[in-house]
Write a protein that binds this ligand. Structure first.
Ligand code: FAD
Length: 578
């Protein structure tokens, strides 16, 4: 963590000095404080000149229930948001997954594997209540300079978008207020009022799948109760066991029959007793005695996505209203994508809105949100359909098809398969200089040693919520080739220098260190050397002549250039931001 760079300040460094500008017309009005809305709000809350409002119809923060799976990629994102260590401490870590299938009249374990392929991410896949995750976001907002808090108990009832592009969007609230905002983002869930106001349909399955879900405290002789388990019984359906944080609670997902297009879950009149009996039948001959049901729900969901995530088409005027998260795509809970993808949508949009509102980029940059995220959502829904079908398929004792598929698709479920296709924001050249940092994919961090104080750190964790692009300069044989980038980095980039020599053998003139903060101090925290256990140059395929890797504020690799090509990087950024 970086602090005191603008002068000594006593107290908790996580709490930024208060600094905000309230305006009659808000810059961004966010509808809904679920994972998508809170990610966007926590990001925008960092910028004193951006006035953000967050409208939530619930009376207060979410207390229990809903999603719980946090993918490795989301944990990488939480590192930038500053609360990953809280999540690591509280969460259940999904290190292994077990598979059970029918054998000789009852269920038997058919496999037990690593849940995440080794080396895929520095972060584990974890389980923590959505309510708790949301609390961490609320804390991050309260500690940010703008001290942003949700406006609870207020419902957005409709909105109108004036033809004049300079006029604000008008949003009608249940309080009677007509709120005005330059941009509106509907993070208002699967039945989004904002999506309906934009008249954007959802495409996909007409019939919904219904899932019984229960968080229980139970006594059982089933041996894998503290492992994530996919269980397929011969005749009683499928069960997914997700051990929960704290060491005792367990989530059980029980697949119910698919609903007819006109049918609703309420028609099934399901009770917790039905769900417990279903789980007991699937687990037999093992016993399950439920001592407490902490939360339960019958969760009805279709696999659908909207054809666009903004009010205007890609070739139309710059968009002013957006939808994110469940408002524009819904998934089955089996692959654990809903909450994770929603948060990634919001981060993608967040830095683009900030760039435009701070005058660093043209409004057309905002078209890239729908273009990038709609393609990703469609991809995930296609994956989710196959994953869900394989999970529900009845299989024989020797059939390990689902297990093999699960292993093969681990990158999707870990959230690291996202790849943006070539565009103004994703270059195509010089991939050969850094083969392990794929253009369009997230920056895959690796361990390094910080040169100045020999601290082992993760290179990717230098990225924060400053909105700056990270420039990782991997030195070639002659580090002086990178001098131009080090001494005059492109505007709004933060330069990190990675040297090839072991830290104890490295001599660096302090004049080469970047300057930081109001006092013009030297930034000792931005020079790194290879870690003895894993040479980042070898691990990430850096060419002998070195590489400059430019990474967006949401951690995706945008551009690669030789370390001396400062002008190329400046030109790329100018074209990308418009
Ligand atoms: P949401 O989390 O739905 O948040 C939307 C927010 O907008 C809510 O806080 C809502 O109150 C607010 N809102 C809605 N309309 C308005 C309005 N007009 N004005 C103001 N505020 C509004 N996923 C799983 O993986 N496993 C599960 O077991 C699971 N269970 C779920 C159970 C329920 C009851 C629900 C609703 C969802 C569940 N999900 C589950 C899905 C998962 O929670 C979502 O994928 C994830 O929360 C998506 O985040 P989001 O921010 O897009 O939307």
């Amino acid at each position: 963590m970086d602090y005191h760079q603008n002068g000594f300040r006593p107290g908790d460094p996580s709490v930024a000095p208060e600094n905000r500008r309230l305006k009659d017309v808000a810059d961004v009005l966010i509808v809904g404080s679920g994972p998508a809305g809170l990610t966007l709000a926590a990001y925008l809350a960092q910028f004193p000149h951006i006035h953000t409002r967050l409208i939530e119809r619930r009376d207060g923060p979410l207390q229990i229930g809903q999603a719980d799976g946090i993918a490795c990629r989301t944990m990488e994102m939480f590192a930038a948001f500053g609360f990953v260590h809280d999540v690591l401490r509280e969460a259940y870590w999904v290190n292994e997954t077990a598979f059970w299938a029918p054998q000789g009249g009852h269920i038997a374990r058919t496999g037990r594997i690593d849940d995440v392929e080794p080396g895929l991410s520095e972060m584990p896949h974890v389980i923590l209540s959505q309510a708790r995750v949301q609390e961490f976001y609320l804390r991050a907002m309260a500690q940010a300079p703008t001290r942003l808090t949700p406006e609870y108990g207020v419902t957005v009832e409709g909105l109108s978008i004036p033809e004049d592009p300079a006029a604000p969007v008008e949003v009608s609230l249940s309080t009677g207020e007509c709120a005005k905002a330059r941009f509106v983002v509907g993070c208002d869930g699967a039945r989004s009022a904002v999506r309906k106001a934009l008249d954007i349909p959802l495409h996909g399955e007409a019939a919904n799948a219904a899932w019984g879900v229960m968080d229980v405290l139970a006594v059982t002789d089933f041996p894998d109760i503290r492992l994530k388990c996919a269980i397929q019984s011969a005749d009683e359906g499928a069960l997914l066991i997700i051990p929960r944080e704290g060491g005792h609670m367990v989530r059980l997902y029980i697949e119910l029959d698919k609903l007819a297009p006109t049918e609703r879950v309420a028609d099934l009149e399901i009770t917790p007793d039905h769900l417990i009996a279903g789980a007991q039948r699937i687990l037999a001959p093992y016993t399950l005695e439920v001592r407490e049901v902490a939360w339960w729900s019958v969760y009805e969901i279709g696999q659908r996505t909207a054809p666009r995530f903004a009010d205007t088409a890609p070739d139309g005027p710059a968009p002013r209203v957006f939808i994110a998260g469940d408002a524009c795509h819904t998934h089955s809970p089996k692959a654990g994508q809903g909450m994770n993808v929603s948060m990634q949508d919001a981060w993608n949009l967040g830095w683009k809105l900030q760039t435009v509102l701070e005058g660093r980029g043209g409004r057309d940059l905002l078209h890239s949100y729908s273009a990038e995220r709609q393609a990703i959502a469609q991809d995930l829904i296609d994956f989710d359909k196959v994953f869900a079908a394989k999970f529900a398929a009845k299989s024989g004792a020797t059939d390990t098809e689902f297990q093999n598929y699960f292993q093969k698709q681990g990158r999707y479920t870990a959230g690291v398969a996202t790849r943006y296709t070539p565009s103004a924001l994703t270059g195509t050249r010089h991939q050969d200089l850094a083969t392990g940092f794929t253009l369009g994919m997230r920056f895959h961090s690796a361990p390094v040693i910080r040169w100045a104080d020999a601290k082992p750190v993760h290179l990717g964790h230098v990225a924060d919520l400053s909105g700056r692009w990270q420039l990782y300069v991997f030195a070639g044989k002659d580090p002086a080739a990178a001098l131009a980038l080090l001494q005059a980095p492109p505007e709004n980039t933060q330069v990190n220098l990675v040297l090839r020599t072991p830290h104890r053998d490295t001599v660096l003139e302090p004049e080469l260190l970047p300057r930081t903060g109001a006092l013009g101090l030297r930034d000792y925290g931005r020079v790194f050397c290879p870690a003895p256990e894993a040479d980042i140059f070898a691990e990430r395929g850096i060419a002998p002549e070195g590489a400059a890797v430019l990474v967006r504020p949401d951690q995706y690799v945008a551009f690669i250039a030789p370390p001396g090509a400062a002008e190329d990087i400046t030109a790329f950024l100018a074209a990308a931001l418009g």
